[in-house]
Design a protein around this ligand. Sequence first.
Ligand code: ASP
Length: 437
Amino acid sequence: MLKVVKFGGSSVASAQQFRKVKHIIESDPSRRVVVASAAGKRTPDDHKMTDLLYLVQAHLKYGVSAEDILDTLRSRLVEIRDELGLAFRIEDEFDAWAGSLNKESNVDEIVSRGEYFTSRLLAEFLGYAFADAKDCVFFGYDGRIDEQKTYEAIGRICSEKERVVIPGFYGQMPGGRVKVLSRGGSDVTGALAAAAVGADVYENWTDVSGILMADPRIVDDPRSIRQITYAELKELTLMGASVLHEDAVDPVRRAGIALNIRNTNEPGDPGTMIVEKVVDEPDDPHFITGLAGKRNFSILTLRKRDMEDSSMLIKTLQIVDRYQVKAEHIVLGVDSFALMVSSDEAGDDLYSIIADIKNECVPDKVLIQDKVSLIAAVGRRMMARPGISGKLFAALGDNQINIRTIKQGADERSIIIGVRNEDFEQAIRVLYGEFAG
Ligand code: ASP
């Protein structure tokens, strides 16, 4: 058994958190490859190391002294080292690096040091080898990850070193320059490492006990999801649930590796297991796996008598695409169809889109409804179960929530409901209360 374990910023924010990480790692000898983020916030008003490093770069760029911020970063590292009782002189390396900085320093290299120094300390503390992400993750000239080269490098390093810590978030461009991934990118490093070594599980340790069934800002204390398929996760993510970095799923999914989201502060919680297919489906009366939703959509409905083929739909989609707006959902009717677009994404272009549709498609009528929210009820257990949509609609109706539009995914894995923006939160609470809680 081999597990790749990634710890997010809050899991390595302080010496106390480092101890929890060590405990987790020592409790399972298969946790041999560790990927770490930069130390994150210790309290809500604290700063993430990565944010401070971006600030260092901005100061340098504009010729303003960054001494104070560098001192703060240095003290944080030294404090963790001292509290853990390590002999490793992290300040020597930090000072040499800080002394080399100037106006022209590469911003990516600067911000990558959060992961670098945090991982150096973690490797010392765990007694694991340290592997610089510069030697593990490689980008091509197009700025995209060169997966083959990355997999070979990580595979080689992990076979040479039995137990290893790799900093997340960065790698190297051809020619050696450091490049970072987008924010939250350590999730991606972890996924690449898991795929490279053919891990049995990729554990992503964070500060919540897995993916929640609904947004906790809307539903009080929602339950966390025990098991979810990759396909369900994708539906929830598309509808706004923020779980992992979006590029972190593909490498592990393709390699057939399960992803387990766990809580460093509650290591006894099983968290959420994300798998291709749920095999041991426990008997569960709840047919919803999770709920997610987004506000502010506009629904464009086109009507034309005797709409014989799909040419009008195709033309309309081309017009929307011309304005780089995505048709998020399409509902087909008899002699009519409706497109849902994000009102924020379309902005004022919506009026030009409508004008073009009127000119080029000559429909009998174009209707626009805006201020619509979409809610997705996602669940593999909805497949081939009769009466589900009726139950959902009845629950909303009983609560005086008017449904503006309905769409069921072709594979019956999701039902998407459009409601007025002002009913959005209430609709989620009703659906959660009736079918998920
Ligand atoms: N430290 C980086 C960030 O704050 C990357 C990560 O945490 O995954 O975005």
